[in-house]
Design a protein around this ligand. Structure first.
Ligand SMILES: Cc1cc2nc3c(=O)[nH]c(=O)nc-3n(C[C@H](O)[C@H](O)[C@H](O)COP(=O)(O)OP(=O)(O)OC[C@H]3O[C@@H](n4cnc5c(N)ncnc54)[C@H](O)[C@@H]3O)c2cc1C
Length: 667
């Protein structure tokens, strides 16, 4: 697998990117060819005396730094006396995948237009602005006039090309995790595949994730000792009332397993396909279709193994993740986050020379049908070029959820969240439900559309889940300095509890050992901890009293809360909130969430719209089901665009994507 650790990735291999003027054509072409007429345009200045709007520069190379999404972006800009000649990004901690487009495009556009009047890339605004701000700084250092360059008009190069018509066995809409999984899975069956992606970058929400993949693996999970709280949870779930015969069957099987477990004197954490299904069924409103849910759970380990065969390097020890009580989450050892779930497929496509073409900046807007079958997709490129994509075998919709579409969230709201209009989201702005709308037009049915999951641990200023330190299983403290919830509750419970606190805000608290900050001051997410402190996202202190003061909560109440929590960590018993486990978490598998050793950290958090669990009705083969109850020939759907399982995330994206690729090829 080519992917390397995020810290290395960010500060080493991909961080250096250079664009030279030579690569973009001569100065005459770049200035004269791209500027509109007008007294302050680069072209006009050039006519006046061969000087761009930025004025003259003291030739040389200048270093400048500006704040990006995850900290500093540092670049070098080289000038001759009258032009910006090259921009080299030297160092950054921006999110891989999402930052690729601004890093590739913004320097190129600045140089081609000799302008700082460049639009930020949607979905990557902070990275785009960091590059623009740092170049502006370098312009001023070189004696130029950055303000004047911000007014230089940029030619609108968005002229639609000739209409494009293409054909492949399979057309996949959306290059996130599910889309790429289905593309590779279909390619394994010999398919030619075209994947279209409306963003200028691939990865969707998948690349934004913390990278946690839930898998049912009873042997792997048995490295953990079962706690009294976990045992109580099993007994509680066996006893829950249900009318559903399938679910009753799961309860019976788990009860039998537990009898044997006790008889054999076992002490490790128990897991089984039936238990994981049972947990998810009751945790998520009992709304799941049991057949779909069990299918998902059954495919978790085989799909994990498939990813491993493709080159994904898994962690050995499963651990806890926000919203779960069972330590069954695996991640990549080499890529801390979601990028491993994208690069595993792009690497496989390249290494195995699969016939898969990925076309970016092309948005699907209609499904083409013939004789009741879906036979292709109509799409439009960002420059207006029309695309007709014909599918010999079928189409896979993998367009993700709709958390970034406020109107749809409100329209389908089931009343679970009181004031959706005020909610921010941590999603990529592309998640607006395109696939659902297109499928509804060809008669598809939808299920559970109101089931919006919030994630409680987002930044109150931006709504984003990252950057941060620690994980969602750390200690939560409200503005009164008090703990208010069992931090291992399901996400709906956590979000409801968080929204009920003063200002809907709480503080996530961690210490030296569970903050995920390395010796070099780099966080698990690859940022410099000092950048997060400077940005006001995290506060750091050497004493608990100082930490309380920095976040503005009552010091005595705060210290008392920490002492009680630490006691619960030490004894494994939490009489106040009944937390079932105090074992290690996702980024600290061998540790605990106690607040024992300085430095101590805290940061304000609030819930954001995170996952839309409802979506297109599908069967276990990923075929889309119509309102007439029949499958729609030629149409599959995978990932968060689907509904019925009530378990979305990487597990759903990977398993259903793999299935869709096979089904569409008739396997
Ligand atoms: C911040 C964050 C952290 C998360 N962490 C985790 C985690 O640790 N573990 C976990 O299991 N889940 C996690 N999730 C949930 C998980 O990211 C998603 O459920 C999953 O990635 C969805 O995969 P997908 O392939 O269905 O959609 P996506 O990965 O979102 O991909 C959909 C793609 O379709 C494209 N698209 C949309 N419309 C069109 C169109 N009309 N034409 C062309 N392209 C289109 C989009 O641009 C996008 O690239 C997290 C989510 C977020 C937001």
């Amino acid at each position: 697998m080519k992917s390397v650790g995020r810290k290395i990735l960010l500060f080493g291999l991909t961080a250096v990117m250079s664009v030279s003027l030579a690569a973009c054509g001569s100065k005459e072409e770049s200035t004269g060819g791209t500027s509109a007429a007008g007294s302050d345009t680069a072209a006009a200045k050039e006519n006046e005396g061969d000087v761009t709007a930025g004025g003259t520069y003291t030739a040389g190379t200048y270093t400048a730094t500006a704040k990006g999404n995850n900290g500093d972006v540092t670049l070098e800009v080289t000038f001759d006396s009258d032009a910006i000649k090259s921009i080299e990004i030297k160092e950054h901690g921006e999110t891989p995948g999402i930052s690729d487009a601004p890093i590739a495009k913004i320097p190129e556009l600045i140089i081609a237009n000799q302008s700082l009047n460049i639009d930020a890339i949607t979905g990557a605004t902070n990275t785009s602005n960091a590059i623009l701000n740092a170049v502006a700084d370098a312009v001023n250092q070189a004696g130029g006039d950055a303000e004047a360059l911000k007014k230089v008009e940029v030619a609108d190069n968005k002229t639609a090309g000739e209409a494009v018509e293409k054909e492949a066995d399979v057309i996949v809409v959306g290059a996130g995790g599910a889309g790429l999984a289905s593309a590779v899975s279909a390619a394994e069956e010999g398919a030619s595949v075209i994947v279209i992606e409306k963003n200028p970058y691939i990865g969707g929400n998948t690349v934004r994730t913390g990278g946690g993949y839930a898998s049912c693996d009873p042997e792997a999970i048995s490295i953990h000792e079962m706690t009294a709280g976990q045992m109580a949870e099993i007994e509680g779930l066996i006893a829950r009332e249900t009318d559903n015969e399938t679910v009753k069957g799961w309860q019976k099987k788990v009860a039998e397993d537990m009898e044997a477990y006790k008889a054999e004197g076992k002490t490790q954490v128990y897991d089984s396909l039936e238990y994981m299904s049972l947990q998810y069924f009751f945790r998520f409103s009992q709304a799941a279709d049991p057949e779909l849910l069990y299918d998902l759970v059954s495919k978790s380990k085989p799909t994990k193994e498939w990813l491993g065969e493709l080159g994904f390097e898994w962690t050995d020890s499963p651990s806890l993740l926000l919203g779960d009580t069972w330590p069954r989450w695996f991640s990549s050892v080499s890529a801390h986050g979601g990028d491993g779930f994208i690069s595993v497929f792009t690497d496989a496509i390249e290494e195995k020379s699969y016939n898969v073409e990925i076309i970016k900046e092309v948005r699907a807007n209609e499904l083409l049908t013939a004789d009741g079958k879906v036979v292709g997709v109509k799409a439009t490129a960002s420059d207006g070029t029309e695309y007709t994509l014909n599918a010999n075998k079928g189409v896979v919709l993998a367009t993700g959820g709709f958390s970034a579409n406020k109107e749809m969230l409100i329209e389908y709201s089931d009343g679970r969240w009181a004031d959706i209009s005020k909610l921010q989201t941590d999603n990529d702005p592309a998640m607006v439900g395109d696939g659902i709308k297109m499928a509804l037009e060809v008669g598809a049915d939808v299920v559970d559309m109101g089931h919006l999951q919030l994630v409680p641990t987002c930044d109150p200023k931006t709504g984003d889940a990252y950057p941060f330190i620690g994980t969602g299983t750390n200690l939560y403290v409200n503005k009164e300095g008090k703990r208010f919830v069992n931090e291992l509750s399901d996400r709906d419970t956590l979000s409801n509890a968080a929204l009920a606190q003063t200002d809907g805000i709480f503080y996530m608290v961690c210490d030296k050992n569970n903050a995920g900050v390395g010796e070099d001051g780099t966080t698990y997410g690859g940022q410099n901890i000092q950048d997060l402190i400077d940005a006001g996202i995290v506060v750091k202190a050497d004493t608990l009293e100082e930490l309380a003061e920095l976040i503005g909560v009552d010091s005595a109440a705060f210290v008392e809360t920490i002492e009680k929590f630490n006691e619960a960590v030490k004894t494994g018993s939490d009489p106040e909130f009944n937390r079932a486990s105090f074992g290690g978490d996702f980024i600290n598998p061998d540790g605990n969430p106690g607040i024992f050793e300085a430095p101590f950290y805290a940061g304000a958090r609030t819930p954001s719209a995170h996952i839309t669990k409802g979506g297109l009705k599908v069967n276990t083969s990923a075929e889309v089901i119509g309102t007439d109850g029949n499958t729609i020939p030629g149409l599959c759907a995978a990932g968060e665009v689907t509904g019925g399982r009530t378990v979305a995330g990487l597990l759903e994206a990977m398993t259903s994507g793999r299935t869709a690729g096979k089904t569409v090829m008739g396997k």
